[in-house]
Design a binder for this molecule. Structure first.
Ligand code: SF4
Length: 286
């Protein structure tokens, strides 16, 4: 078959994830075990690779059993209560909170103090229960209202001032829609543009990439919220988009003679997985 293959040069880990993975590898090169509070990245194959080097994943409740150990905080960040708990348990932290998330946490904290003084509300557009969102809500002592979609807007009290933020990995177009609705309902709505530039520029380039190929192979863990957003984006401009978690899931029946196949992924997809998919496709096409 005459088929062209191309890897999207803008896909792969974002700088925040690269830093966290590097820090873990650096520590594990010298020590047998490193604990991580949740998976460093929403990608099971990459997690398996790091586990084989000694990474152990714990959750907030099992922190009690690792007192005196070293714990990595992911790029998503954590609420202040996690730092207090680590301190109380004698747990040393390798804090890999992404600088972009850290700035956002600080902005949310300042907004919370402003809103508290006037009876207003901090609203966060993000995925309920996501680690980054939990970290942001923690800056507001649990008072922020989280909206996951336009359907949740009714939960907001528009009679008082509002400061609106977005989780860094949300869809920029959906955030625009949320902003429009919030502004139409409330008189005093301050909007903060907090979607990570890595994500918003990737949206633009991914649309162009997906349009320029006859078929898209999108690789990402199913639990990645950024993966879902980016795959939906590919599918919206290229109906022949397939979402796989690993190269072995490629179905040769998807491919037609003359295809131009674009291989891309989420901010949690390592470059080695994109290359592996390229090799898998090449061997199918031999
Ligand atoms: S998407 Fe942006 S904010 Fe989130 S971890 Fe990556 S670089 Fe940091």
């Amino acid at each position: 078959m005459n088929v062209k293959l191309e890897i999207d040069s803008s896909s792969g880990f974002c700088p925040g994830v690269v830093k966290a993975v590097r820090q873990a590898e650096k520590y594990l090169a010298l020590h047998n075990t490193l604990y991580s509070l949740g998976p460093i990245v929403h990608n099971s194959l990459e997690i398996d690779r790091l586990k084989s080097k000694g990474l152990r994943i714990v959750d907030i409740d099992s922190m009690d059993s690792i007192s005196g150990s070293v714990l990595l905080i992911r790029a998503h960040g954590e609420p202040p209560s996690t730092y207090a708990k680590a301190d109380a348990m004698g747990i040393a932290l390798i804090d890999c909170t992404c600088p972009v998330v850290l700035r956002l946490q600080q902005e949310v904290r300042k907004a919370f103090l402003r809103m508290k003084s006037v009876g207003g509300t901090v609203v966060i557009f993000g995925k309920h229960g996501h680690a980054e969102v939990n970290g942001l809500v923690g800056q507001t002592e649990g008072c922020a209202v989280v909206i996951g979609s336009t359907d949740d807007v009714f939960e907001v009290d528009f009679s008082m001032p509002i400061e609106l933020f977005s989780q860094t990995t949300q869809d920029p177009l959906e955030y625009e829609t949320i902003v429009e609705i919030m502004r139409s309902k409330g008189k005093d709505v301050t909007v903060h543009n907090t979607i990570c530039a890595q994500v918003s520029t990737r949206h633009e380039s991914l649309v162009n990439f997906a349009r320029s190929h006859s078929m898209i192979l999108f690789i990402s863990g199913r639990e990645s919220s950024n993966g879902k957003v980016l795959f939906d984006l590919c599918k919206s401009v290229n109906p022949r988009s397939w979402w796989i978690e690993e190269a072995s899931q490629v179905d040769p029946a998807w491919i037609s003679d003359g295809d131009s196949i674009g291989i891309c992924g989420a901010t949690s997809t390592p470059a080695w997985q994109l290359e592996e998919a390229m090799e898998c496709l090449s061997s199918i096409l031999k």
